[in-house]
Ligand binder design. Structure first.
Ligand SMILES: [Zn+2]
Length: 476
Protein backbone atom coordinates (compact mmCIF):
# COMPACT_ATOMS: atom_id res chain seq x y z
CA UNK A 1 0.00 0.00 0.00
CA UNK A 2 1.26 3.40 -0.85
CA UNK A 3 2.46 6.06 1.53
CA UNK A 4 -0.47 8.38 0.83
CA UNK A 5 -3.02 5.88 2.00
CA UNK A 6 -0.99 5.03 5.10
CA UNK A 7 -1.02 8.73 5.84
CA UNK A 8 -4.72 8.80 5.34
CA UNK A 9 -5.23 5.87 7.70
CA UNK A 10 -3.18 7.68 10.31
CA UNK A 11 -5.42 10.73 9.90
CA UNK A 12 -8.51 8.64 10.33
CA UNK A 13 -7.26 6.36 13.08
CA UNK A 14 -9.55 8.06 15.55
CA UNK A 15 -12.67 7.38 13.53
CA UNK A 16 -12.44 3.63 12.99
CA UNK A 17 -11.37 3.73 9.35
CA UNK A 18 -11.79 0.37 7.63
CA UNK A 19 -8.71 -1.66 6.80
CA UNK A 20 -8.14 -0.64 3.22
CA UNK A 21 -4.97 -2.57 2.64
CA UNK A 22 -6.85 -5.59 1.34
CA UNK A 23 -8.91 -3.65 -1.20
CA UNK A 24 -7.86 -3.29 -4.83
CA UNK A 25 -7.60 0.35 -5.98
CA UNK A 26 -10.89 0.43 -7.78
CA UNK A 27 -14.24 2.14 -7.17
CA UNK A 28 -14.72 0.25 -3.89
CA UNK A 29 -11.35 1.35 -2.68
CA UNK A 30 -12.15 4.99 -3.33
CA UNK A 31 -15.69 4.63 -2.02
CA UNK A 32 -14.25 3.43 1.29
CA UNK A 33 -11.84 6.34 1.39
CA UNK A 34 -14.63 8.83 0.73
CA UNK A 35 -16.75 7.25 3.42
CA UNK A 36 -14.01 7.38 6.04
CA UNK A 37 -12.87 10.88 5.19
CA UNK A 38 -16.40 12.25 5.26
CA UNK A 39 -17.05 10.60 8.61
CA UNK A 40 -13.89 12.15 10.06
CA UNK A 41 -14.71 15.61 8.72
CA UNK A 42 -18.35 15.43 9.86
CA UNK A 43 -17.41 14.36 13.37
CA UNK A 44 -15.72 17.72 13.80
CA UNK A 45 -18.21 19.86 11.90
CA UNK A 46 -21.62 18.60 12.95
CA UNK A 47 -21.59 19.83 16.57
CA UNK A 48 -21.23 23.48 15.48
CA UNK A 49 -22.15 23.46 11.76
CA UNK A 50 -19.56 26.03 10.61
CA UNK A 51 -20.72 25.93 6.99
CA UNK A 52 -24.24 26.88 8.02
CA UNK A 53 -22.87 29.65 10.27
CA UNK A 54 -21.03 30.93 7.21
CA UNK A 55 -24.20 30.83 5.13
CA UNK A 56 -26.08 32.85 7.73
CA UNK A 57 -23.29 35.42 7.92
CA UNK A 58 -23.19 35.81 4.15
CA UNK A 59 -26.97 36.18 3.90
CA UNK A 60 -27.05 38.68 6.78
CA UNK A 61 -24.19 40.80 5.50
CA UNK A 62 -25.06 40.63 1.80
CA UNK A 63 -28.62 39.35 1.32
CA UNK A 64 -28.89 41.01 -2.09
CA UNK A 65 -25.67 40.53 -4.04
CA UNK A 66 -26.25 40.68 -7.75
CA UNK A 67 -22.92 41.39 -9.49
CA UNK A 68 -22.17 45.09 -9.66
CA UNK A 69 -24.32 45.97 -6.65
CA UNK A 70 -23.07 47.26 -3.28
CA UNK A 71 -24.25 43.93 -1.80
CA UNK A 72 -21.91 42.02 -4.11
CA UNK A 73 -18.97 44.03 -2.77
CA UNK A 74 -20.02 43.20 0.79
CA UNK A 75 -20.15 39.55 -0.25
CA UNK A 76 -16.57 39.81 -1.56
CA UNK A 77 -15.47 41.17 1.83
CA UNK A 78 -17.34 38.37 3.59
CA UNK A 79 -15.59 35.81 1.37
CA UNK A 80 -12.16 37.22 2.06
CA UNK A 81 -12.79 37.22 5.83
CA UNK A 82 -14.29 33.73 5.80
CA UNK A 83 -11.32 32.29 3.88
CA UNK A 84 -8.86 33.99 6.25
CA UNK A 85 -10.70 32.73 9.33
CA UNK A 86 -10.75 29.22 7.82
CA UNK A 87 -6.95 29.35 7.78
CA UNK A 88 -6.37 29.42 4.02
CA UNK A 89 -3.12 30.89 2.70
CA UNK A 90 -2.64 33.41 -0.12
CA UNK A 91 -6.14 34.84 0.36
CA UNK A 92 -6.62 37.50 -2.28
CA UNK A 93 -9.08 39.28 -4.54
CA UNK A 94 -8.61 38.77 -8.27
CA UNK A 95 -10.19 41.56 -10.34
CA UNK A 96 -12.95 41.25 -12.91
CA UNK A 97 -15.33 43.71 -14.55
CA UNK A 98 -19.04 42.98 -14.25
CA UNK A 99 -22.31 44.25 -15.72
CA UNK A 100 -24.63 46.29 -13.53
CA UNK A 101 -28.38 45.83 -13.91
CA UNK A 102 -30.94 47.21 -11.46
CA UNK A 103 -34.50 46.05 -11.01
CA UNK A 104 -35.91 49.50 -10.21
CA UNK A 105 -38.96 50.27 -8.09
CA UNK A 106 -41.75 49.61 -10.56
CA UNK A 107 -42.56 46.04 -11.50
CA UNK A 108 -46.25 45.50 -12.25
CA UNK A 109 -48.45 43.33 -14.40
CA UNK A 110 -52.06 44.51 -14.26
CA UNK A 111 -55.14 42.94 -15.82
CA UNK A 112 -57.06 45.19 -18.25
CA UNK A 113 -59.27 42.42 -19.63
CA UNK A 114 -61.14 40.18 -18.83
CA UNK A 115 -63.15 43.14 -17.55
CA UNK A 116 -64.34 41.25 -14.47
CA UNK A 117 -60.71 41.02 -13.32
CA UNK A 118 -59.63 44.51 -14.39
CA UNK A 119 -57.13 46.09 -11.99
CA UNK A 120 -55.99 42.80 -10.50
CA UNK A 121 -52.24 42.24 -10.25
CA UNK A 122 -50.37 39.14 -11.39
CA UNK A 123 -47.06 38.51 -9.57
CA UNK A 124 -43.99 39.04 -11.76
CA UNK A 125 -40.24 39.61 -11.57
CA UNK A 126 -38.38 41.31 -14.41
CA UNK A 127 -35.84 38.99 -16.01
CA UNK A 128 -32.25 40.00 -15.36
CA UNK A 129 -30.94 42.24 -18.12
CA UNK A 130 -34.41 43.26 -19.32
CA UNK A 131 -34.94 46.69 -20.83
CA UNK A 132 -37.66 48.79 -19.14
CA UNK A 133 -41.11 49.53 -20.50
CA UNK A 134 -42.12 53.14 -21.15
CA UNK A 135 -42.74 54.90 -17.82
CA UNK A 136 -46.52 54.70 -18.26
CA UNK A 137 -46.29 50.98 -18.98
CA UNK A 138 -47.10 48.99 -22.05
CA UNK A 139 -50.59 47.67 -22.75
CA UNK A 140 -51.30 44.84 -25.19
CA UNK A 141 -53.31 41.69 -25.81
CA UNK A 142 -51.69 38.40 -24.85
CA UNK A 143 -50.77 35.46 -27.06
CA UNK A 144 -49.81 32.32 -25.12
CA UNK A 145 -47.62 29.64 -26.72
CA UNK A 146 -45.89 26.53 -25.43
CA UNK A 147 -42.99 26.42 -27.90
CA UNK A 148 -40.97 28.59 -30.25
CA UNK A 149 -42.32 26.47 -33.12
CA UNK A 150 -45.88 27.32 -32.12
CA UNK A 151 -44.95 31.01 -31.96
CA UNK A 152 -43.47 30.89 -35.45
CA UNK A 153 -46.58 29.14 -36.77
CA UNK A 154 -48.77 31.82 -35.17
CA UNK A 155 -46.49 34.78 -35.97
CA UNK A 156 -49.39 36.60 -37.66
CA UNK A 157 -51.18 36.71 -34.28
CA UNK A 158 -48.07 37.82 -32.37
CA UNK A 159 -47.64 41.26 -33.90
CA UNK A 160 -48.18 43.97 -31.29
CA UNK A 161 -48.89 41.45 -28.53
CA UNK A 162 -47.35 40.40 -25.26
CA UNK A 163 -46.17 36.83 -25.83
CA UNK A 164 -46.54 34.46 -22.86
CA UNK A 165 -44.25 31.42 -22.98
CA UNK A 166 -46.37 29.02 -20.98
CA UNK A 167 -44.72 25.60 -21.26
CA UNK A 168 -44.40 24.16 -17.74
CA UNK A 169 -41.39 22.26 -16.48
CA UNK A 170 -42.18 18.59 -17.13
CA UNK A 171 -43.52 17.11 -13.90
CA UNK A 172 -43.01 13.57 -15.21
CA UNK A 173 -39.22 13.92 -15.12
CA UNK A 174 -37.53 12.19 -12.21
CA UNK A 175 -34.79 14.82 -12.03
CA UNK A 176 -35.98 18.44 -11.89
CA UNK A 177 -32.73 19.55 -13.58
CA UNK A 178 -33.95 17.63 -16.66
CA UNK A 179 -37.29 19.41 -16.43
CA UNK A 180 -35.52 22.75 -16.05
CA UNK A 181 -33.33 22.02 -19.08
CA UNK A 182 -36.46 21.29 -21.10
CA UNK A 183 -38.10 24.63 -20.31
CA UNK A 184 -35.43 27.23 -19.58
CA UNK A 185 -34.85 28.29 -23.19
CA UNK A 186 -38.18 30.13 -22.89
CA UNK A 187 -36.58 32.36 -20.24
CA UNK A 188 -33.21 32.81 -21.94
CA UNK A 189 -34.44 33.26 -25.52
CA UNK A 190 -38.11 34.20 -25.15
CA UNK A 191 -37.52 37.95 -25.52
CA UNK A 192 -35.66 37.47 -28.81
CA UNK A 193 -38.24 35.00 -30.16
CA UNK A 194 -41.11 37.30 -29.18
CA UNK A 195 -39.48 40.31 -30.84
CA UNK A 196 -38.73 38.36 -34.02
CA UNK A 197 -42.41 37.46 -34.25
CA UNK A 198 -43.39 41.12 -33.83
CA UNK A 199 -44.31 40.91 -30.14
CA UNK A 200 -43.88 43.94 -27.86
CA UNK A 201 -42.94 42.11 -24.64
CA UNK A 202 -42.28 38.61 -23.32
CA UNK A 203 -43.68 36.91 -20.26
CA UNK A 204 -42.41 33.51 -19.19
CA UNK A 205 -43.93 30.99 -16.83
CA UNK A 206 -41.56 30.73 -13.86
CA UNK A 207 -39.00 27.92 -13.93
CA UNK A 208 -40.31 25.92 -10.99
CA UNK A 209 -42.33 22.78 -10.33
CA UNK A 210 -44.08 24.53 -7.42
CA UNK A 211 -47.60 25.77 -8.04
CA UNK A 212 -47.76 29.09 -6.22
CA UNK A 213 -47.65 32.88 -6.46
CA UNK A 214 -43.85 33.29 -6.35
CA UNK A 215 -42.21 34.42 -9.58
CA UNK A 216 -38.67 33.15 -10.29
CA UNK A 217 -36.29 35.46 -12.13
CA UNK A 218 -33.18 34.60 -14.15
CA UNK A 219 -31.09 35.86 -17.01
CA UNK A 220 -32.27 36.58 -20.54
CA UNK A 221 -30.24 37.10 -23.68
CA UNK A 222 -30.79 39.71 -26.35
CA UNK A 223 -29.48 39.33 -29.86
CA UNK A 224 -27.82 41.89 -32.03
CA UNK A 225 -30.13 43.04 -34.79
CA UNK A 226 -33.28 42.07 -32.87
CA UNK A 227 -34.93 44.92 -30.95
CA UNK A 228 -34.82 44.23 -27.20
CA UNK A 229 -38.31 43.94 -25.69
CA UNK A 230 -39.09 43.97 -21.94
CA UNK A 231 -39.39 40.55 -20.32
CA UNK A 232 -40.61 39.22 -16.98
CA UNK A 233 -41.28 35.93 -15.22
CA UNK A 234 -44.87 35.26 -14.12
CA UNK A 235 -45.71 33.06 -11.13
CA UNK A 236 -46.98 29.60 -12.06
CA UNK A 237 -50.43 30.47 -10.64
CA UNK A 238 -50.43 33.67 -12.72
CA UNK A 239 -49.53 31.79 -15.89
CA UNK A 240 -52.33 29.29 -15.17
CA UNK A 241 -54.87 32.09 -14.70
CA UNK A 242 -53.95 33.72 -18.01
CA UNK A 243 -54.04 30.32 -19.73
CA UNK A 244 -57.47 29.54 -18.29
CA UNK A 245 -58.93 32.85 -19.52
CA UNK A 246 -57.54 32.26 -23.00
CA UNK A 247 -58.83 28.67 -23.04
CA UNK A 248 -62.27 29.98 -22.12
CA UNK A 249 -62.11 32.16 -25.26
CA UNK A 250 -61.72 35.42 -23.36
CA UNK A 251 -59.69 38.35 -24.60
CA UNK A 252 -56.71 38.87 -22.30
CA UNK A 253 -55.20 42.32 -22.24
CA UNK A 254 -52.49 43.28 -19.73
CA UNK A 255 -50.45 46.31 -18.76
CA UNK A 256 -46.77 45.67 -18.04
CA UNK A 257 -44.64 48.29 -16.27
CA UNK A 258 -40.93 47.72 -15.57
CA UNK A 259 -38.46 50.37 -14.39
CA UNK A 260 -35.30 48.23 -14.58
CA UNK A 261 -32.13 49.62 -16.11
CA UNK A 262 -28.62 48.71 -17.19
CA UNK A 263 -25.78 50.93 -15.98
CA UNK A 264 -22.10 51.03 -16.90
CA UNK A 265 -19.91 48.02 -16.04
CA UNK A 266 -18.17 48.18 -12.66
CA UNK A 267 -15.02 46.60 -11.19
CA UNK A 268 -15.48 43.60 -8.90
CA UNK A 269 -13.51 40.51 -7.87
CA UNK A 270 -13.28 36.76 -7.37
CA UNK A 271 -12.11 35.68 -3.91
CA UNK A 272 -9.27 33.14 -3.91
CA UNK A 273 -7.52 31.22 -1.12
CA UNK A 274 -5.26 28.17 -1.03
CA UNK A 275 -3.80 25.26 0.87
CA UNK A 276 -0.38 25.23 -0.82
CA UNK A 277 0.92 21.95 -2.16
CA UNK A 278 4.16 20.41 -0.98
CA UNK A 279 5.55 18.21 -3.75
CA UNK A 280 3.78 19.69 -6.74
CA UNK A 281 2.58 23.15 -5.74
CA UNK A 282 2.01 24.09 -9.38
CA UNK A 283 -0.63 21.38 -9.77
CA UNK A 284 -4.03 22.72 -8.73
CA UNK A 285 -7.21 21.08 -7.49
CA UNK A 286 -9.82 23.83 -7.77
CA UNK A 287 -12.94 24.07 -5.61
CA UNK A 288 -15.44 26.68 -6.83
CA UNK A 289 -18.83 28.25 -6.09
CA UNK A 290 -20.35 31.63 -6.97
CA UNK A 291 -20.69 34.60 -4.66
CA UNK A 292 -23.27 36.58 -6.61
CA UNK A 293 -27.00 35.86 -6.37
CA UNK A 294 -30.20 37.27 -7.81
CA UNK A 295 -31.55 40.41 -6.21
CA UNK A 296 -34.57 38.72 -4.60
CA UNK A 297 -34.53 36.36 -1.63
CA UNK A 298 -31.03 35.87 -0.23
CA UNK A 299 -29.51 33.36 -2.65
CA UNK A 300 -29.23 30.81 0.16
CA UNK A 301 -29.32 27.69 -2.02
CA UNK A 302 -28.09 29.52 -5.15
CA UNK A 303 -25.28 29.80 -4.41
CA UNK A 304 -24.82 30.78 -0.78
CA UNK A 305 -24.80 27.05 -0.07
CA UNK A 306 -21.90 26.51 -2.46
CA UNK A 307 -19.92 29.35 -0.86
CA UNK A 308 -20.67 27.91 2.58
CA UNK A 309 -19.66 24.44 1.33
CA UNK A 310 -16.27 25.85 0.35
CA UNK A 311 -15.76 27.65 3.66
CA UNK A 312 -16.72 24.47 5.53
CA UNK A 313 -14.45 22.31 3.37
CA UNK A 314 -11.58 24.77 3.83
CA UNK A 315 -11.89 24.53 7.61
CA UNK A 316 -12.04 20.74 7.51
CA UNK A 317 -8.98 20.39 5.28
CA UNK A 318 -6.85 23.06 6.98
CA UNK A 319 -7.51 21.47 10.33
CA UNK A 320 -6.65 17.97 9.13
CA UNK A 321 -3.43 19.01 7.45
CA UNK A 322 -2.40 20.99 10.53
CA UNK A 323 -3.17 18.14 12.90
CA UNK A 324 -1.15 15.72 10.78
CA UNK A 325 1.55 18.40 10.33
CA UNK A 326 1.65 17.86 6.56
CA UNK A 327 0.73 19.67 3.37
CA UNK A 328 -1.20 18.20 0.48
CA UNK A 329 0.87 16.95 -2.43
CA UNK A 330 -0.85 19.45 -4.76
CA UNK A 331 -2.30 22.91 -4.13
CA UNK A 332 -5.99 23.02 -3.24
CA UNK A 333 -7.36 26.34 -4.49
CA UNK A 334 -10.71 27.72 -3.34
CA UNK A 335 -12.43 30.23 -5.65
CA UNK A 336 -15.60 32.23 -4.98
CA UNK A 337 -16.55 33.42 -8.46
CA UNK A 338 -18.36 36.69 -9.20
CA UNK A 339 -21.14 37.16 -11.78
CA UNK A 340 -22.18 33.58 -12.56
CA UNK A 341 -25.82 34.57 -12.78
CA UNK A 342 -25.69 37.24 -15.46
CA UNK A 343 -22.42 37.16 -17.31
CA UNK A 344 -19.87 34.61 -16.05
CA UNK A 345 -17.32 37.43 -16.08
CA UNK A 346 -15.60 36.19 -12.93
CA UNK A 347 -15.07 32.72 -14.40
CA UNK A 348 -13.75 34.18 -17.65
CA UNK A 349 -11.41 36.54 -15.78
CA UNK A 350 -10.09 33.58 -13.75
CA UNK A 351 -9.48 31.59 -16.93
CA UNK A 352 -7.65 34.48 -18.60
CA UNK A 353 -5.55 35.35 -15.54
CA UNK A 354 -4.47 31.72 -15.04
CA UNK A 355 -4.16 30.64 -18.67
CA UNK A 356 -0.55 29.49 -18.28
CA UNK A 357 -1.50 27.36 -15.24
CA UNK A 358 -4.51 25.62 -16.76
CA UNK A 359 -2.51 22.64 -18.11
CA UNK A 360 -1.64 22.01 -14.44
CA UNK A 361 -5.23 22.21 -13.17
CA UNK A 362 -5.73 18.51 -12.45
CA UNK A 363 -9.39 18.76 -11.40
CA UNK A 364 -12.03 21.49 -10.97
CA UNK A 365 -14.97 20.86 -8.63
CA UNK A 366 -18.02 23.14 -8.31
CA UNK A 367 -20.92 23.35 -5.90
CA UNK A 368 -23.82 25.19 -7.54
CA UNK A 369 -26.82 22.90 -7.24
CA UNK A 370 -28.02 23.87 -3.76
CA UNK A 371 -27.44 22.88 -0.16
CA UNK A 372 -29.46 19.66 0.02
CA UNK A 373 -28.10 16.24 1.00
CA UNK A 374 -25.46 15.10 -1.51
CA UNK A 375 -26.46 12.12 -3.64
CA UNK A 376 -23.56 11.91 -6.07
CA UNK A 377 -21.55 13.80 -8.65
CA UNK A 378 -21.88 15.21 -12.14
CA UNK A 379 -18.73 14.41 -14.11
CA UNK A 380 -17.59 16.20 -17.26
CA UNK A 381 -14.49 14.64 -18.82
CA UNK A 382 -13.56 12.37 -21.73
CA UNK A 383 -11.73 9.12 -22.40
CA UNK A 384 -9.15 7.91 -19.87
CA UNK A 385 -9.78 11.03 -17.83
CA UNK A 386 -13.45 10.12 -17.36
CA UNK A 387 -12.57 6.51 -16.48
CA UNK A 388 -10.05 7.60 -13.83
CA UNK A 389 -12.41 10.29 -12.56
CA UNK A 390 -15.21 7.75 -12.10
CA UNK A 391 -12.93 5.67 -9.91
CA UNK A 392 -11.82 8.65 -7.88
CA UNK A 393 -15.42 9.80 -7.27
CA UNK A 394 -16.17 6.50 -5.56
CA UNK A 395 -19.90 6.92 -6.00
CA UNK A 396 -22.80 7.57 -8.33
CA UNK A 397 -22.33 10.14 -11.04
CA UNK A 398 -24.15 11.54 -14.02
CA UNK A 399 -22.41 13.01 -17.04
CA UNK A 400 -24.05 16.40 -16.75
CA UNK A 401 -21.86 19.50 -16.64
CA UNK A 402 -19.74 20.24 -13.59
CA UNK A 403 -21.01 23.80 -13.14
CA UNK A 404 -21.22 27.09 -15.04
CA UNK A 405 -18.10 28.73 -13.57
CA UNK A 406 -15.73 25.83 -14.11
CA UNK A 407 -17.29 25.11 -17.52
CA UNK A 408 -14.91 27.70 -19.03
CA UNK A 409 -12.04 25.29 -18.23
CA UNK A 410 -13.48 22.52 -20.43
CA UNK A 411 -11.87 24.02 -23.54
CA UNK A 412 -8.52 23.62 -21.78
CA UNK A 413 -8.88 19.90 -21.06
CA UNK A 414 -9.51 20.17 -17.32
CA UNK A 415 -11.67 17.32 -15.88
CA UNK A 416 -14.73 18.85 -14.20
CA UNK A 417 -17.00 17.64 -11.40
CA UNK A 418 -20.12 19.11 -9.82
CA UNK A 419 -21.57 18.12 -6.47
CA UNK A 420 -25.03 16.61 -7.06
CA UNK A 421 -27.31 17.15 -4.05
CA UNK A 422 -30.88 15.90 -3.90
CA UNK A 423 -32.47 18.06 -6.63
CA UNK A 424 -36.17 17.54 -5.77
CA UNK A 425 -36.86 20.83 -3.93
CA UNK A 426 -34.18 23.03 -5.51
CA UNK A 427 -36.43 24.75 -8.04
CA UNK A 428 -39.00 25.58 -5.37
CA UNK A 429 -36.49 28.20 -4.18
CA UNK A 430 -34.20 28.93 -7.14
CA UNK A 431 -34.05 32.65 -8.10
CA UNK A 432 -37.04 33.55 -5.91
CA UNK A 433 -37.86 35.37 -2.67
CA UNK A 434 -38.13 31.96 -1.00
CA UNK A 435 -34.39 31.28 -1.29
CA UNK A 436 -33.45 32.17 2.31
CA UNK A 437 -31.27 30.39 4.91
CA UNK A 438 -34.33 28.84 6.55
CA UNK A 439 -34.73 26.80 3.33
CA UNK A 440 -31.32 25.19 3.91
CA UNK A 441 -30.83 22.42 6.46
CA UNK A 442 -27.64 22.82 8.52
CA UNK A 443 -26.89 19.10 8.74
CA UNK A 444 -27.36 18.51 5.02
CA UNK A 445 -25.12 21.49 4.27
CA UNK A 446 -22.27 20.09 6.41
CA UNK A 447 -22.52 16.78 4.56
CA UNK A 448 -21.94 18.71 1.32
CA UNK A 449 -18.79 20.30 2.76
CA UNK A 450 -17.52 16.89 3.83
CA UNK A 451 -18.12 15.45 0.35
CA UNK A 452 -16.20 18.27 -1.29
CA UNK A 453 -13.38 18.15 1.27
CA UNK A 454 -12.97 14.38 0.80
CA UNK A 455 -12.84 14.61 -3.00
CA UNK A 456 -10.41 17.53 -2.95
CA UNK A 457 -8.27 15.65 -0.43
CA UNK A 458 -8.06 12.54 -2.59
CA UNK A 459 -7.39 14.48 -5.80
CA UNK A 460 -4.67 16.50 -4.09
CA UNK A 461 -3.05 13.53 -2.35
CA UNK A 462 -3.10 10.68 -4.85
CA UNK A 463 0.22 9.98 -6.43
CA UNK A 464 -0.61 10.26 -10.12
CA UNK A 465 -2.61 13.22 -11.36
CA UNK A 466 -5.84 12.49 -13.24
CA UNK A 467 -5.26 12.12 -16.98
CA UNK A 468 -6.11 15.26 -18.96
CA UNK A 469 -9.47 15.35 -20.68
CA UNK A 470 -9.94 16.22 -24.35
CA UNK A 471 -10.53 19.94 -24.82
CA UNK A 472 -14.28 20.18 -25.36
CA UNK A 473 -16.97 22.81 -25.73
CA UNK A 474 -18.30 24.52 -22.64
CA UNK A 475 -21.59 23.33 -21.14
CA UNK A 476 -23.37 23.79 -17.86
ZN1 LIG B 1 -26.02 29.26 -9.14
Amino acid sequence: MRKTWLLFLALCAACAAPDLSTLPRDERFFASLHHSLRAAFLAEALPTCPAYQGLRELCEQAPLRLAGSPGAERAVEWGRGAFERAGLANVRLEPCTVPRWERGEVEELTVVEPAEHAGERIPILALGGSVPTPAEGLEADVLAVTSFEELQARAAEAAGRIVLFARPMDRAQLDPFEAYGGAVSQRSNGAVEAAQAGGVAALVRSMTLAQDDEPHTGALRYQEGVPPVPAAAVSTNGAERIGAWLSAGKRVRLRLALACRTLADVPSANVVGEIPGRERPGEVVLLGAHLDAWDVGQGAHDDGAGCAHLVGAARMLVRHFRQADIQPRRTIRFVLFMNEENGLRGALAYRDAHLAELPQHVLAIESDRGGFMPLGWAADATGASLTALRQLLGGPETTRGGGADISVLAEHGVPLVGLYPNPQRYFDFHHSRKDVPAAVDARELEHGSAWLAALAYLAAMQEDPLPRSEPRPRRR
